[in-house]
Design a binder for this molecule. Sequence first.
Ligand code: GTR
Length: 323
Amino acid sequence: MNLKTTFAAAAALALALPAIAGAETWRGWNIHPEGYPNTVALDQFAEEVGANSDLTIQVFHGGVLGSQPDAIEQVRNGALEFGQFNMGPMGPIIPTTNVLSLPFIFSGVDHMHKAMDGDVGQIFADAMEKEGLVPLAWYDSGSRSFYNSKRPIMAPADVQGLKLRVMNNDLFVDMVAQLGGNATPMAFGEVYQSLKTGVIDGAENNYPSYESTGHFEVAGFYSITDHLIIPECICISTDAWNALDEATQAVVKTAARNSADTQRKLWAEREKESRAKVEAAGSKVNEVENKVAFQELMAPVYEGFVSANPDLAAVIEAIQAVK
Ligand code: GTR
């Protein structure tokens, strides 16, 4: 039995066991492996809550509890108490959050932080709470760029004909189509094998995920397009949240915020380490001189989105107004 199946077996067993009477235990989903900034921050969250309340928190790392879209549903319906989610796959379930998946919606990570930590973040939190999720803190996910096994992408024309994996959201399919590529929504855990066997030519992600998944071994051209800056959350199931007394809610909230501080600090370090690691291993990382050329091609994505969701134009404007 390898480590992954051992984890999976432990996870299956934990889910099958009834909760021990009197002692409350929360189970949480995380897609990332040991040592990843999000994983370290979630372990800190679990420890802090355990030390300051009667609640026990178990986090299942490495995606052993299933794919992200499924896990979002499980937290919404209370089968899991929480998850650490990227907002990308949230859009098909909670349309307001799709605004965060619009290409180039944030001018940079600082802009994203300012918006999400202020009133704009509350707009998304309110929409999510209505749909069974309470986001307690926002994690970083840097910016995402394209990588592939064929060629460096210097201009939109280089995307022509590439088969690219995207997260599960039609907005990303549209985004790639505007660049002339063919997008396939696919679970994160299937991307490595699909790259290796040539089912896809490439994908898009930040440096830490490009590195931690080993995708750099099978798709050696990473081109800095920075086309998506999508925050992530620690999201609690509304039922689990409402079942806590106020004092425990305060402990959990503080621990979530503290874990986000840790995650953001570790994130900034890991981005540099991951870039250095993939370059040392032979990946060719290239700057893209004219990112505006990519941005301009996204106009139809925005137009289609706003005509389908006219009430969300105000949310786009609220983000753009944050300076
Ligand atoms: C990562 C993100 C994961 C997952 C993954 C993906 O950057 O942290 O939650 O969304 O990307 O591409 O599926």
